[in-house]
Design a protein around this ligand. Structure first.
Ligand code: NAD
Length: 360
């Protein structure tokens, strides 16, 4: 297979973990005889420094023209001025919107050998295998008005708007239902319908979609209860579908189950066109440049890229099996254990060395 990927390493640890994923994809090409070309481009703070904006028209066009996009992370203290007109995350939000990536898929599963890396009791972590389907291009991150002003009494105020259109809810819940068919067939839709009007619309549309999928066991949960259940009985969840804001928060919470947010990948997909693949973590400025970042979330994002954008299931499984084997063999970065840890490069090599052992 011939494919072209645009890699946007970004800021902080982004470039460190992107290199790891590129090496893993190289190994996939060698093992399975594929020709996957990777073109690196600037996005985020590094692009602001060079071009004055977080995402240039050329880079956006390159991404739209690629088979898939691999992203490290963007942001950092250098660009953190809240009053700045250009900010690194603008590049990411524009990219998601322009690529039509309405769904962010975040698989969260626990590895038996990592149970001690999680603050939760071991028995709660058994059998956790959740797919969070987060709506990505609507809701409060994009709603207008979003502004600040001063009222007639001189009080400053700020407004953000949580807006959902019926078709935005319909397509994301439909996707969740179709993904659940290849899993345990359970969907939990998370909202705040007791308080928010946008959530009441969400629940109404989700209920209608559920009626079209009689073989799916469908239920609704308020976001506060969902936050609690994720910690008290996480193995009860199969597919969890929710809005942009709630999904952002709940997936960071869910990452704790796996021992570190450095372990978690994500895939952002639309109706058609290239998908965007990135770890759920940020640019981690506190460890950037030290060579100690956990590359697993990024490497597993490359596996999702192979699965969803290039339809290379065996190749995706080869990467996932190698990651599981490395963890089984005790390979750990510093976020997972305090002593005898591996650097980013060593962990990447440990994974690459274990690829190919499982090809049939
Ligand atoms: P973060 O995810 O960067 O870091 C949170 C904590 O987790 C830090 O202690 C960090 O060291 C640790 N961590 C994260 N990834 C790790 C990895 N792979 N290996 C080991 N440890 C890891 O979140 P933050 O500190 O809130 O944000 C830092 C910057 O990243 C901010 O500028 C924020 O805006 C940006 N950010 C970007 C994205 C993105 O690019 N998609 C997402 C979240 C945050």
């Amino acid at each position: 297979m011939k494919a072209r990927i645009v890699a946007l390493p970004g800021d902080g640890i982004g470039p460190e973990v992107t290199t790891a994923a590129e090496q893993v994809l190289d190994k996939v090409c060698n093992l399975f005889n594929h020709d996957i070309k990777i073109d690196e481009r600037l996005m985020g703070g590094v692009s602001i420094d060079k071009n004055g904006i977080a995402l240039t028209e050329e880079t956006l066009a390159d991404c739209l023209d690629a088979d898939a996009v691999l992203l490290g992370a963007v942001g950092g203290p250098k660009w953190d001025d809240p009053s700045a007109k250009v900010r690194p995350e603008q590049g990411l939000l524009t990219l998601r919107k322009e690529m039509g990536l309405f769904a962010n898929l975040r698989p969260v599963s626990t590895h038996p050998k990592l149970e001690d890396s999680s603050p939760l009791k071991n028995e709660r972590l058994k059998g956790v295998d959740i797919l969070v389907v987060r709506e990505l291009t609507g809701g409060i991150y994009f709603g207008e008005p979003s502004c600040r002003s001063v009222d007639q009494n001189g009080n400053m105020y700020a407004v953000d708007s949580m807006i959902y259109l019926d078709y935005e809810v319909k397509r994301i819940v439909q996707l969740a239902c179709s993904l659940a068919k290849g899993r345990q067939g359970k969907v939990t839709s998370v909202d705040k319908a007791n308080v928010l009007e946008s959530s009441r619309l969400w629940r109404q549309i989700a209920t209608e979609v559920a009626h079209d999928h009689p073989n799916i066991s469908f239920n609704h949960l308020l976001v506060d209860a969902a936050a609690m259940h994720l910690i008290t009985k996480p193995s009860d969840f199969d597919v969890l579908v929710t809005s942009n804001l709630f999904g952002d928060i709940l997936t960071d919470e869910a990452s704790v189950l796996t021992g570190s947010m450095g372990n978690l990948p994500s895939a952002s997909v639309g109706k058609s066109g290239p998908g965007l693949y990135e770890p759920i973590h940020g640019s981690a400025p506190d460890i950037s440049g030290k060579g100690i970042a956990n590359p697993i979330g990024m490497i597993l994002s490359a596996a999702l890229l192979l699965r969803y954008s290039l339809k290379l299931e065996q190749e995706a499984k080869c990467i996932e099996a190698a990651v599981n084997l490395a963890l089984h063999d005790g390979c750990r970065t510093i976020d997972l254990q305090h002593q005898n840890t591996l650097s980013t490069k060593q962990m990447t090599k440990a994974i690459i060395d274990r690829m190919g052992n499982n090809i049939t």
